[in-house]
Design a protein around this ligand. Structure first.
Ligand SMILES: NC(=O)c1ccc[n+]([C@@H]2O[C@H](COP(=O)([O-])OP(=O)(O)OC[C@H]3O[C@@H](n4cnc5c(N)ncnc54)[C@H](O)[C@@H]3O)[C@@H](O)[C@H]2O)c1
Length: 291
């Protein structure tokens, strides 16, 4: 059976938000020959993306994570949302602030053709809550790419209660075309990964805040004793501590669970602008910015 994406011809992806994730998702699409229009409200984010995407492509190809032979696809950057109108799928990767996402989803869904899947890369906001802001809630699906999306193959796909079969199928086809492996889960704050992971990062930061252990010791225990490839604090730095705090607040507000209240140390780091890799300092210091 043909999906909506196949019926619409070759995929043309619109990516909203040119931050850590939007740029990485654009790299993934480009690496598979899928044209991308990348939208941000900040011109400087788009300028940086134009330099970053070729670097990420080279890195991913070097590691054998993207095909070397894919034909170059068009990349357009824009601050005008109207430029996404002919996309065959939209991936929303704007800042994890519910109001910002609500606004952009309402606007974009009014611009695109009915049946065009609207994919949110939210970390923690329930898909049905986001779908409520879209013109057609049935077209909204969650696809929680991991960071960096062009290196990590598995994607947590979230089916909201109002997501249609057609939208889910179209997103699964798109992810398969991008050589991603999908794991479909149900809806709810934080879905599976962040319901668990954000709490772990918060608790790990609290351990450091209380002087029980250094960041190095916390991460060494998770790596050495549990076989994790990275510890929770290095993971927090990779995600971006600003995003961790935003996600924890989303989880706290939607579950009422005090375990998600961002700890003082996380809040202090965000106040100081120490967001992790993307600013060069978080729980650790980094020589080059993550870009
Ligand atoms: N960082 C991670 O590891 C990670 C992993 C999975 C999912 N996510 C989720 O992906 C989304 C993006 O996260 P990020 O880490 O890339 O954030 P980021 O802060 O690096 O980038 C967000 C970008 O969105 C832009 N933006 C804000 N409002 C916009 C709008 N209305 N239209 C277009 N652009 C807009 C900002 O200017 C910024 O460039 C969030 O929902 C986050 O929770 C992040």
């Amino acid at each position: 059976m043909m999906t909506d994406i196949q019926r619409a011809g070759p995929a043309r992806l619109a990516v909203l938000g040119a931050g850590v994730m939007g740029v990485g998702i654009a790299t993934l699409a480009q690496g598979h020959g899928v044209p991308v229009v990348l939208v941000d409200i900040r011109e400087e984010a788009l300028e940086r993306a134009v330099g970053t995407i070729p670097r990420q492509l080279r890195l991913a190809r070097l590691h054998g994570k993207l095909p070397r032979e894919a034909a170059p696809a068009g990349l357009r950057t824009t601050t005008s949302l109207a430029d996404v109108a002919d996309a065959t799928a939209v991936v929303e990767a704007v800042t994890e602030l519910p109001d910002a996402k609500a606004k952009v989803l309402a606007e974009v869904s009014a611009l695109i053709a009915p049946g065009t899947p609207v994919v949110s890369n939210t970390s923690a906001i329930p898909i049905d809550e986001l779908a409520g802001h879209a013109a057609r809630p049935q077209d909204v699906v969650g696809a929680h790419f991991m960071n960096p999306p062009y290196l990590i193959r598995t994607v947590e796909v979230i089916r909201g209660p109002r997501t249609s079969d057609a939208a889910l199928d179209a997103v699964l086809s798109l992810l398969a075309a991008l050589d991603r492996e999908s794991v479909v889960v149900g809806d709810g704050p934080g879905f599976v990964i962040n319901r668990i992971l954000q709490r772990v990062i918060n608790e790990a930061a609290r351990v450091v805040e209380e002087g029980v252990a250094s960041p190095e010791s916390v991460d060494a225990l998770f790596k050495g004793c549990l076989g994790h490839s990275t510890g929770p604090l290095a993971t927090g730095d990779l995600i971006g501590l600003d995003n961790v705090v935003d996600s924890l607040r989303v989880l706290r507000d939607r579950t009422g669970d005090a375990g998600y209240e961002p700890c003082d140390l996380l809040l202090a780091k965000v106040r100081a602008g120490d967001f992790g890799r993307k600013t060069g300092r978080g729980f650790y210091a980094y020589d080059s910015l993550h870009s």
